[in-house]
Design a protein around this ligand. Structure first.
Ligand SMILES: [Zn+2]
Length: 224
């Protein structure tokens, strides 16, 4: 009996070790099996810092766990590589810095559970319907120096206020709540992304769709 008590924590650890180590592989394998590609396999110089894999986000929660790589549909990944090339051509000292890409619905459900019936609920898509991120066809990103310092876009990523909405930029410039530099930085991001074929949206400066939401729903299945 004494021996069993002494060894049981070790036995438990050995029993669970494969599960702990396997979590990262399982999620990444799942994304790969669904045809998604790690953007670093196409464009290794793009910086990636998945914000939802840290606690530095509006949820203050790490819902991505061990997932640190950015995955996208092959078409979206190729477009992102092109955007990086366009940026490098005009600004060799700058790089794209990606905050989010494909988001499995299992993670969308975790996020939804954190915000449901709170004021933040409007900012998270209902997992039952899914968002373009859940189809692997949307990317959240900014521009940074090659050393990884993000350019000042006037608000942080995931700032849910009007100041982050491109549709109000001209007004906020007039009111001096945004500077010309903020607008120039946002314009540069939009320019390289739209030239590569992405569509910007008018409520978040950091979000771009590789295909319209209707096309994503008809061409792709939700990543689980
Ligand atoms: Zn987004």
């Amino acid at each position: 009996m004494k021996n069993r008590i002494t060894y049981s924590p070790l036995i438990i650890l050995i029993y669970f070790l494969p599960l702990l180590g396997g979590q990262k592989v399982a999620l990444e394998e799942q994304l790969q099996k669904q045809g998604l590609v790690n953007i670093h396999s196409l464009a290794p110089d793009i910086l990636v810092e998945l914000k939802y894999s840290t606690t530095d986000n509006f949820l203050s929660a790490d819902t991505y766990g061990e997932l640190e790589n950015c995955y996208l549909q092959p078409k979206a990944a190729a477009m992102l590589k092109q955007a990086q090339e366009l940026l490098k051509k005009s600004h060799p000292e700058l790089t794209l810095l990606v905050y989010d890409g494909a988001r499995p619905r299992s993670i969308q459900r975790k996020m939804w559970a954190l915000v449901v019936n709170t004021p933040e609920q409007d900012y998270v898509a209902n997992p039952d319907r899914g968002s373009v991120h859940n189809f692997g066809s949307a990317v959240d990103l900014t521009i940074a120096t090659n050393e990884g310092v993000p350019l000042d876009m006037g608000t942080p990523f995931d700032y849910f206020g009007k100041l982050a909405q491109p549709r109000h930029e001209a007004l906020f410039l007039e009111q001096k709540k945004l500077t010309q530099e903020h607008l120039n930085n946002r314009h540069l991001l939009r320019e390289v992304m739209t030239q590569a074929g992405f569509q910007s949206i008018n409520i978040e400066w950091w979000h771009f769709n590789a295909v319209p939401v209707k096309v994503a729903r008809s061409q792709y299945i939700i990543i689980e």
